[in-house]
Design a protein around this ligand. Structure first.
Ligand code: 5GP
Length: 198
């Protein structure tokens, strides 16, 4: 029994796979595992105006840029998509590196928010869209509160975003349920055409 369903799970890998899902469902954890365990998968490094958190490395986890630099990237059409996430900072996928990775034949993974995923549907229509779902709403709330890094106001804002984002599941080609990180990571790698050797 796997956690996936929906059209697309048994098809050949698409050149670009988009992983999206609600706030705190664990997209960051899954993409970190992909980075660690599957170097064959080319994981896009987003540009963001958010300041780095402790341990985050410029050029590895994000490309940390100023507001002016982000605006320049957008205005010169260097972003495949971009969005303001949680009503605060801007995040976007630089276009050039993705084009190069696809041209080089790498399986490409974008871990982005829902607004970004909707733009990719227009800019990269052949992409495959994977929705990372929580095992339950309660588990999502628990994760959101358990993390404890946000203020109550910020948490409410994130919950409201999560409710809207959960409702978007039907727009996606495949759902992966994040019941266990190693299993969900393996399933995602499988969708990208990478079989587990670990
Ligand atoms: P965090 O600030 O916790 O690293 O990320 C916050 C949110 O930004 C996550 O939901 C993540 O999916 C989203 N995000 C990260 N990079 C991008 C991007 O390039 N584009 C879009 N649209 N969202 C992104």
């Amino acid at each position: 029994m796997t956690g996936s369903h929906g059209a697309g799970a048994d098809e050949a890998p698409a050149p670009v796979t988009v992983l999206a899902g609600p706030t705190a469902v664990g997209k960051g954890t899954i993409s970190a595992k992909i980075r660690e365990l599957y170097p064959q998968i080319w994981l896009s490094v987003s540009a963001t105006t958010r300041p780095p958190r402790p341990g985050e490395v410029d050029g590895v986890h994000y490309r940390f840029v100023s507001e002016d630099e982000f605006t320049r990237l957008v205005e010169t059409d260097q972003m495949l998509e971009w969005a303001v996430v949680h009503g605060r900072h801007r995040y976007g996928t630089p276009r050039g590196p993705v084009d190069e990775a696809v041209a080089d034949g790498h399986p490409v993974l974008l871990e982005i928010d829902l607004a970004g995923a909707r733009q990719i549907r227009r800019t990269v229509p052949e992409a495959r869209f994977v929705f990372l779902a929580p095992p339950s709403w309660d588990s999502l709330v628990e994760r959101l509160v358990g993390r404890g890094t946000e203020t109550a106001e910020e948490r409410e804002r994130r919950l409201a975003t999560a409710r809207r984002e959960l409702a978007a599941e039907s727009e996606f080609d495949v759902t992966i349920v994040n019941d266990e990180v190693p299993r969900a990571t393996r399933e995602l790698a499988g969708l990208l055409g990478v079989r587990d050797l670990t």
